[in-house]
Design a protein around this ligand. Structure first.
Ligand code: ZN
Length: 243
């Protein structure tokens, strides 16, 4: 099985379309949540995702934009974008987001969570220490995550040595079948690692290999749409900076 690993689309249709083209043939998309929030095309991104075989889980923005959780835990920009998104979604789309599971077991090896196994919606796994706690408390061989918008691969070797790899674009990483992993493929619609291009990965389960990709997309188009809708200038500007 070849899986397209996608996360944090954030209503960015231009980036999402570009990634779907670049992905080519994969068996299933594993979508790590935050389909919506921040960007100008929430409905279109949901409908586009539904056209592909996918296994998708909820992110905090999916639940915020569908009214399932309170917006008091979001910062001002995120909250205002959620309120705007709520107005754009149909009832069917709100139901779809509300009913996304928080975690998913893809097969005997792979689980999906937006934040972390310990806190599926809210925890940011940024450091080795964050990863170690989750390795220790939960059983999985590979856990794909999103939420931080930063591509990274954490490894727990059988001898409990822990590693952190910042993946290079277009480089294949051969995983060790004896190790366990927490892997973030980065964000499609709002990358935050200083590189504004859309980030995603392909995992080949039979070969136990993962390849990370970056693709540019016309973010000026997305920014223009956001301006027209009156979304915050901070959210608009960050797309060209990758922050
Ligand atoms: Zn996000």
């Amino acid at each position: 099985m070849r899986y397209g690993i996608i996360a944090d689309i954030h209503s960015n249709l231009e980036a999402f379309q570009q990634v779907l083209k670049a992905l080519g043939l994969v068996d299933t998309l594993l979508c790590l949540g935050d389909i919506v929030g921040y960007g100008p095309n929430p409905s279109e991104c949901i409908e586009l995702l539904k056209q592909y075989p996918n296994m998708t889980i909820a992110g905090n923005h999916d639940l915020g934009c569908s009214g399932k959780i309170e917006l008091s835990d979001f910062n001002t920009d995120a909250r205002e974008a959620c309120e705007w998104s709520q107005q754009q979604l149909s009832e069917e789309q709100r139901n779809y987001l509300q009913n996304l599971p928080l975690t998913r077991q893809v097969n005997k090896d792979i689980i999906l969570v937006h934040g972390s196994p310990r806190s599926p919606i809210w925890e940011y796994v940024l450091s080795k220490d964050d990863a170690i706690t989750n390795f220790n408390d939960y059983r999985f061989r590979i856990c794909f995550i999103g939420h931080t918008h930063i591509p990274v691969l954490f490894e727990e070797e059988p001898s409990c040595i822990y590693g952190l790899v910042k993946p290079q674009p277009n480089g294949i990483i051969r995983l060790n079948r004896e190790s366990r992993y927490i892997i973030n493929a980065g964000s499609i619609g709002q990358p935050r690692d200083g590189n504004p291009t859309a980030s995603f990965a392909i995992f080949d389960h039979s070969k136990w290999e993962i390849e990370f990709y970056r693709f540019s997309y016309p973010f000026e188009t997305t920014q223009e749409k956001m301006k027209k809708e009156g979304l915050s200038s901070f959210l608009i500007n960050r797309l060209s900076l990758g922050i």
